[in-house]
Design a binder for this molecule. Structure first.
Ligand code: C5P
Length: 407
């Protein structure tokens, strides 16, 4: 379940062309189970109508501090007391400057100023032209807003409504939702660096053919996302997959098992947790032909010799940092039957404290899965759920183990 479920978000719109994205933000928040109260400045109403935002949020929109619907006529107080967070998206350059000075000449800025600062976080998603974003005045304002405890989201880069290209676009709705969800997720892995492998590897036979394994990479990507949400700094070493990188995660793309080992060894030294979800090809062709191998008319495929690939997980699990407990290693096992027996044996063979078993054919390419967590004391099951839910549970479980190890 999303950490946004049950949250009450006051969504503020100041004036900017990015206001069209606020409709999508509102819809996505409601879909995630949040309640949304929209507050708009007069400038925002030039870009987006209150009617649209009312229809999407299911609540009348507030646009004025003189709103007679409030019995005490204190909309700025009432609205800010009910909120779990205030999100201003778009936050124009002018609106940020107003926040900075504590100006309060219309409802949205008045409400931001009146919010209980230690209870109601204020998150702003800037949106402006690249010159406005780069201007020293805006730079100063962003730094001061952050120093005042206001969460200033990043800006996007690219085409701007004015025709120029650069930094200052408001993030897309799904990126803002992702950052908001991360904001509400308990930081069980704060200060930890997590290294994850995901996807298959591809072992070339010649420039156009190769052998690979069945893996969509979804489980590993979900784990990387969950670890980032939990406050970790995440590096994701991905084999060839067609998945987009979870927000806030550093991704390193690799192709073969040997490339994957090299990338893992490069990043393992800085990590406290290594989670190997990749379905690494066990063998690779002994030689990879420089040119496409042609049919020779014999009706036979030319004989290929295979050599075993390095075992990335076992290699890392044997390193000094893993053996001393500085690096916690987690392996995965995709089996077709006898999951408990195979996962238990594999845990010992790989030399890892935690091995996560799943049934291969019921996970490959699917959005859901079921996991069996095997450690030195026994096994415990995470019942069938979406891969993201399982990833969140697994990250929570690992954080608990590390917390227990430290205590
Ligand atoms: O031996 P098996 O492939 O079943 O082991 C699965 C676990 O080992 C997974 O965590 C996988 O990512 C890891 N592994 C690896 N390098 C290999 C083979 C498997 O890291 N060459």
């Amino acid at each position: 379940m999303s950490h946004l479920a049950g949250k009450h978000i006051v969504l503020g719109l100041s004036g900017g062309i990015a206001a069209f994205k606020s409709a999508e933000i509102c819809r996505a928040l409601v879909k995630a189970g949040a309640t949304v109260q929209v507050v708009m400045t007069e400038a925002a109403e030039h870009f987006m109508t209150a009617v649209t935002m009312q229809a999407l949020s299911g609540r009348p929109v507030y646009t004025s501090q003189w709103d007679v619907r409030e019995p005490n006529n204190m909309a700025h107080i009432n609205l800010s007391r009910e909120a779990d967070a205030i999100l201003v998206a778009p936050a124009s350059a002018d609106f940020m400057a107003k926040l900075l000075h504590g100006r309060a000449d219309e409802l949205l800025s008045l409400m931001c100023l009146a919010r209980p600062i230690d209870k109601v976080p204020l998150i702003v998603a800037p949106a402006m032209n690249r010159e406005m974003w780069a201007n020293p005045a805006t730079r100063r304002n962003v730094a001061q807003l952050q120093a005042d405890g206001i969460h200033v989201l990043e800006v996007g880069q690219g085409d701007q409504a004015c025709g120029e290209i650069g930094d200052g676009r408001m993030l897309e709705a799904e990126e803002i939702l992702e950052d908001l969800e991360a904001f509400f997720t308990p930081k069980a892995l704060a200060g930890q660096a997590v290294l994850v492998t995901a996807g298959p590897t591809y072992e070339a036979i010649d420039p156009v053919r190769g052998i690979t394994t069945l893996s969509s990479g979804q489980m590993g990507f979900a784990i990387a996302r969950a670890a980032r949400m939990a406050g970790a700094e995440v590096t994701l070493v991905a084999g060839p997959v067609s998945l987009s990188t979870p927000r806030g995660v550093r991704r390193v793309d690799v192709r073969s098992a040997r490339d994957m080992l090299q990338a893992v060894e490069q990043h393992a030294g800085a990590a406290q947790i290594f989670i190997a979800t990749a379905a690494v090809a066990d063998w690779r062709p002994a030689t990879s032909a420089a040119h496409k191998i042609k049919k020779d008319g014999s009706g036979q495929m030319p004989a290929l010799g295979f050599v075993e690939n390095p075992d990335i997980l076992a290699t890392v699990a044997r390193s000094a940092r893993a053996l001393s407990g500085e690096l916690f290693c987690v392996g995965f096992a995709a089996e077709s039957h006898d999951l408990l027996a195979h996962a238990t044996a594999k845990r010992e063979r790989k030399g890892v404290p935690l091995l996560v078993g799943n049934i291969g054919p019921s996970t490959f390419g699917r959005d859901d899965n079921a996991l069996l967590l095997v450690d030195a004391l026994g096994a415990h099951e995470l019942p069938r759920a979406s891969k993201q839910v399982l990833a969140n549970q697994l990250i929570h479980d690992i954080a608990r183990r590390l917390g227990a190890a430290k205590a």
